[in-house]
Design a protein around this ligand. Structure first.
Ligand SMILES: [Zn+2]
Length: 51
């Protein structure tokens, strides 16, 4: 519903940090170095983050 261009983030399943998905590349958590993926970390919409 109107969120088709919302940026996606991964929520690291190891440390809980949220960082922007890198499409077509490696998604390494900048905090702990965990290698996130669609089957490892939960994807969250980041559009309403940081208010
Ligand atoms: Zn992490």
């Amino acid at each position: 519903m109107g969120a088709e261009n919302a940026p996606l983030s991964y929520r690291c399943s190891r440390c809980g940090n949220t960082f922007k998905v890198n499409p077509g590349g490696a998604n390494i958590c900048p905090i702990c170095g965990f290698n996130c993926g669609p089957d490892k970390c939960r994807q969250v919409e980041a559009s309403d983050e940081g208010y």
